[in-house]
Write a protein that binds this ligand. Sequence first.
Ligand code: NOJ
Ligand code: MG
Length: 575
Amino acid sequence: MEVREDWKATTVYQIYPRSFMDGDGDGIGDIEGILQRLGYLKWLGVETLWLSPVYASPQRDFGYDISDYRAIAPEYGTMESIHRLIEAVHAQGMRLVMDMVMNHTSSDSAWFQASRSHRDDPKRDWYLWRDGRGKDGKKPPNNWRAMIGGSGWHYEEQTQQWYWATFLPFQPDLNYRNPAVKRAMLDHVRSWLDQGVDGFRLDIFNAIFKDASFADNPRSWRPFPSEDSPEGFFQRPLHTIDHPDTLAFSKELRAVLDSYSHPSRFLVGEVFGSPEALKRYCGEHADGLHLVFLFRAMRTAFRAEAFRALIAEYEQNFAPPLLPTWVFGNHDRARSIDRLGGDPHRAALLAFVQLTARGVPFLYYGEEIGMTSLDTPFSSSLDPLAHHYGWVPDLLWPWMKRMGLFVHRDVCRSPMQWADAHHAGFSGTKDKTWLPVHPNYPRVNVDAQRKAPNSLLWCYRRLLHWRRLLPCLARGEMRLFEDKRSRRVLLGYERSLAGEAWRAEIWLNFGAQEQALPAGDAPVAWFSSLEASVEEVAWLDRGVALPMLSEAAPLVSRPTRLRPFEGVLLVHRYE
Ligand code: NOJ
Ligand code: MG
């Protein structure tokens, strides 16, 4: 069966539903709110929406602890509202991707409640239960560490056994070696595909299978895991992470998705490790997950050389038919603009990389207006991960942070800043919103930037639209320019697609000084990250065709200089 691959050219916008838009005035974002703001997302030009979990959940980890995969949490809406959303998104020509937490359920789920009730319960083997060690069995079954540090084994007095949880204790891991579990979870997947969702983001997919031997993990010297390596807490997670059976399962899941070919659906896996390790999830024959998140860009130094090296590494490991992903933020990391000193010009330059380099871009809500992290005390954090680390003395935090441990996730989940209005236009409630709105909302908000064509918001909008206009950006090949003189501050590359009329030349100045643009052909048009040209504004707002769209477009003069932190995209016509 022919499987269409249009997911390869898409752009993804992550919505954290609790924080995007509150439609019913209870201070919590919801599906109704998303429906109200679909017009904005269409205006912005993103093509796929990914929703963090909206399923029924006790919300101890704000939805990443699912108690019922076939129901919607009442604060977000109902099954009827999610169906309306799927339909409305499709009617706009966009797609909707749901989050799928396959590794674990909430401890409140009916499955786990049954499983924990009795050793002989039919659902006992749906989770990972083991006897403890030591003479009274009060020592954990082995040395395995949870992904968040500490033992992942939790003792239950009632049945005198331990259950395994990769993440927090209220998120018990399912036992995928039990065929009934696998069947039940794949049924959930199919059921949502049948209801029209266009794919899934797979939560901690690298942890699905644990080794059947339950042998101890080898020791290691690394104190903390990172995006680049799951090794940490002084052990190598040989038996708990990246198990060969998990890699095999990615193919099984892919086959399920591929049986829904019109329209094509896709999977993106949350997995951690070097690009080289991660690509294994995509399968040797591109028959595994369609995409995996690549998180390295979030930590890449703001230097041309560093991004050149990163692109080269992505190109090497994710050469066609594979495709890299471009991620600068999500609901688990500090806001990406923080490390750029809050500077929208630098942020626009990274947006240029994200939307013009080869790969599928993932934008995190608010990134497009340069929302910064919320300064809120650790001690009052709502994030269960922060509580998990509550014992760490304040003095140690700067060091832990430097080591890459980020556990106070409230800071990147504050409400979307729509306007200089009550609760930033996020909610009509007279009370508090679930997390406070960032105090910079009078300056940093959608309304203000919508009116300013030179804003960061417009830069994203323009980039998103060029991607649609120029197939070479969305689907083309990529070639890095080697310019020895300027490689410290200038990054240049070309995107081209066989059979297409246009190719794109991109130059980015990572320096605070003006730079000469290397000589080259005159383009038919060029765009700058710092300001929108009159033609672009007219094109985007009134649908007026750009002159370059005509075959007979005259050449324009090539820019000669790049201002500090300026990126330019030059459009050339093939002879
Ligand atoms: C990764 C998710 O991104 C995070 O938010 C969540 O807490 C854990 N997985 C556990 O599901
Ligand atoms: Mg609400």
